[in-house]
Design a protein around this ligand. Structure first.
Ligand code: ZN
Length: 345
């Protein structure tokens, strides 16, 4: 057993014991002392490294403790002084943190972040999806209440596309005019939370996000054209429904069930509320909601190329909501203004 004495004035009254070949218990004892030293002097930090900073003729790396200046050595089992130069000015270590310490900390943070972030983003999406499902249910209720009060009929919906709730074609008879402030008391149920990072955050008072087409806006505006991230399918005329094999043959056995025209037709097989994923030849793709964003690219890429979530909810006419994964989202209807826009859900 040998004794070391610190070179620092406040420390040199203490004697630091180093045990050659010390076992863990011996180390712990010394660690405690060096921790004390750190708190007292702010000049020693602990790391779990074996380190031997030494200029002595006979270094001993086993054991714990601090060498004194006379022996010109620092032998630490678990201690690195980040300001070792306080003890040994001629070692030339000036920085408060060594590069290795910094890298270790960064690596640990990166590992923790890598473990936590996917879980966080997944649960965040599930929260958004819950809000979306709640929105769909409330929109379903709104429409059914309206139909109840109007002999089972829904408002006029002869707009350019099922996501329009008003257009010059419907005007005063439009969904917006018929339901604003009454059957839809809270306009925010009309925005899917997934869009809230894009045009949705201005909802419902936004005007056309592109600014190239004035006259388009959100539910609470006076714009002649009003649309939302959700398509309302009921009472929308002139659609051709596509079978799962891609056929629009009206007699195809696996044809997509038609959208309901009246409340009486609102059964579980028919789609009722979807997000807008549509493709009009010669225009930009629309892919709002869970699978993309406003103005999502071009026809040279599949609609899903812009997908930001793995699935999206589809509201059915009986009020049920199904989560449909990306792989099951297919072209299910063709029509609307111009007659050749495809709708996917
Ligand atoms: Zn949504």
């Amino acid at each position: 057993m040998a004794d070391f004495q610190s070179a620092e004035r406040p420390l040199n009254r203490k004697r630091w014991t180093r045990q050659a070949g010390a076992d863990c218990n011996g180390c712990k004892s010394a660690i405690r002392q060096s921790e004390t030293l750190r708190y007292n002097r702010q000049n020693v930090r602990l790391l779990s490294f074996d380190i031997h900073l030494d200029s002595s003729p006979k270094p001993e790396t086993l054991g714990c403790g601090f060498a004194n200046q006379d022996q010109r050595s620092v032998c630490m089992k678990v201690s690195i002084s980040t300001s070792v130069h306080n003890l040994h000015p001629d070692l030339g270590l000036k920085k408060a943190f060594t590069l290795i310490e910094l890298l270790v900390v960064i690596a640990i943070i990166a590992i923790l972040a890598g473990m936590l972030l996917p879980a966080l983003s997944k649960s965040k999406y599930q929260g958004s999806r819950s809000v979306c499902i709640s929105n769909i249910r409330q929109q379903h209720l709104s429409q059914m209440m309206y139909a109840d009060d109007n002999k089972g009929r829904f408002p006029k919906h002869d707009d350019p596309s099922p996501d329009y709730h008003r257009s010059p074609a419907t005007g005063a008879q439009s969904i917006v005019n018929a339901m604003q402030g009454s059957y839809v008391p809270n306009s925010w149920i009309l925005i899917c939370p997934i869009t809230s990072k894009s045009f949705g955050k201005l909802w419902p008072m936004y005007r056309s996000p592109s600014a190239r087409d004035p006259g388009y806006g959100g539910w609470d505006t006076k714009e002649p054209h009003v649309y939302t991230p959700y398509m309302w399918l009921a009472n929308y005329p002139g659609m051709r429904f596509v079978s799962l094999s891609g056929s629009t043959d009206p007699n195809a056995l696996d044809k997509e069930p038609a959208w309901p025209n009246t409340a009486e037709e609102c059964d579980s097989s028919r789609a009722f509320i979807t997000h807008r994923i549509s493709d009009t030849p010669g225009t930009a793709l629309w892919d709002v909601g869970h699978l993309g964003r406003h103005g999502a690219g071009t026809q040279s890429k599949p609609l899903w190329a812009f997908s930001i979530t793995p699935d999206q909810p589809v509201g059915h006419a009986d009020g049920s909501v199904k989560i449909r994964p990306k792989s099951q989202i297919k072209k299910r209807a063709v029509g609307a203004a111009g007659g050749n826009t495809s709708y996917y859900y």
